[in-house]
Design a protein around this ligand. Structure first.
Ligand code: SAM
Length: 323
């Protein structure tokens, strides 16, 4: 088919799985759907330095973009399914979250995000947190509110009214979270002034499923978030980018990228934490230099190798990073 691929075997396996997944009549949880997505995830999880999806030919790019959408729909169905099961428990549904097969991943991802937040909050605790794209099973907000940010108020935003109604029902019988967790049915692109109220904004991986949409959402957040507020977003690295969109530091114009973390375990998403710049960012010279640096893979690898870690830090000056 004339694919240009760095690792043909892996990409062929993903293409085969894509063909099978795209032929499914429904993406609602059932044996066939679960088996195919499990195979897809286990194919994409092992770190593979030879895989850079952005360098692959157009037909692979197109397949990847469709696959991300299929994964998004399947994830939505899976969350709906488990959220409905959870709300059918007679006692507090939040005491049964471990029935969700990926609950452990959310515990790990939320802990990772909390640690990155703490490192960059300089001792302060966020009063108000926004989660955009919270879905029917808003596990990140629930885990953060229950275990890490026990006094913060959480505002969850989702464009899908059925996602919000099942999510709100999930927390309604919890005496603590029902007082600290709010749900808003709206497209993030229509949320403007109220974005100023948040100390931290989380953006779900699947809000903005392709590069263009993701950049539009980031630009919108940059326009309306409070200067100095933190933005926590999710990206993907290596073969995991067949499952989720990639956000690169250069996509974050108007933000100072603080850290990029690429997990190598079963937590699939990479995490990017940045701070909305304070003051006039009309002069983009500084950011442009930072972006050029951040988008240049060989330089990123040089930084990573120097640090012997898979965390990319962006806290030093551009000169330091280049030296
Ligand atoms: C299925 S995921 C949920 C994430 C997950 N529950 C978590 O805790 O990380 C993505 C959600 O984003 C929502 N979404 C997508 N685009 C959106 C937009 N432009 N504005 C608000 N919500 C959006 C979808 O409706 C979907 O429910």
């Amino acid at each position: 088919m004339g694919y240009y691929c760095q690792d043909d075997k892996l990409v062929n396996t993903i293409c085969d799985l894509y063909e099978k997944i795209s032929k499914l009549e429904s993406l609602k949880p059932c044996e066939d759907v679960d088996t195919l997505f499990k195979q897809l995830v286990s194919t994409c999880i092992p770190p593979n330095a030879n895989i850079d999806v952005t360098k692959m030919c157009e037909s692979i790019q197109e397949m990847r973009s469709n696959l991300i959408k299929l994964c998004g729909h399947a994830e939505g169905h899976l969350e709906h399914h488990f959220s409905s099961i959870l709300t059918s428990f007679e006692d507090n549904p939040l005491h049964h979250l471990n029935v969700f097969p990926y609950y452990n991943n959310y515990l790990k991802l939320s802990k990772l995000e909390f640690d990155l937040l703490e490192q960059n909050l300089n001792g302060s605790v966020p009063k108000t947190v926004a989660f955009i794209g919270s879905g029917p099973l808003p596990l990140t907000s629930i885990v953060l509110a229950s275990f890490h940010l026990k006094d913060s108020i959480f505002h969850n935003f989702d464009v899908d009214p059925s996602a919000n109604s099942v999510a709100a029902r999930l927390v309604s019988s919890d005496p603590d979270l029902s007082q600290r967790m709010f749900f808003h049915t709206v497209d993030v692109m229509d949320v403007t002034e109220s974005l100023k109220d948040f100390d931290v904004v989380f953006l779900a991986a699947l809000v903005g499923m392709d590069k263009q949409e993701k950049i539009k959402v980031i630009e919108h957040l940059e326009k309306h978030m409070s200067p100095g507020a933190l933005l926590m977003l999710r990206s993907a690295h290596g073969p995991r980018a067949f499952l989720y969109p990639i956000v690169e530091p250069c996509d974050l114009q108007g933000f100072q990228v603080l850290s990029v973390y690429h997990p190598t375990d079963e937590v699939i998403n990479s995490v990017v934490i940045s701070r909305k710049l304070v003051g006039d960012v009309g002069n983009h010279d500084h950011m442009d230099q930072a972006s050029e640096l951040a988008c240049n893979c060989s330089q990123i690898h040089a930084i990573m190798n120097k640090k012997k870690s898979i965390v990319e830090e962006f806290t030093g000056s551009i000169e330091e990073q280049l030296s």
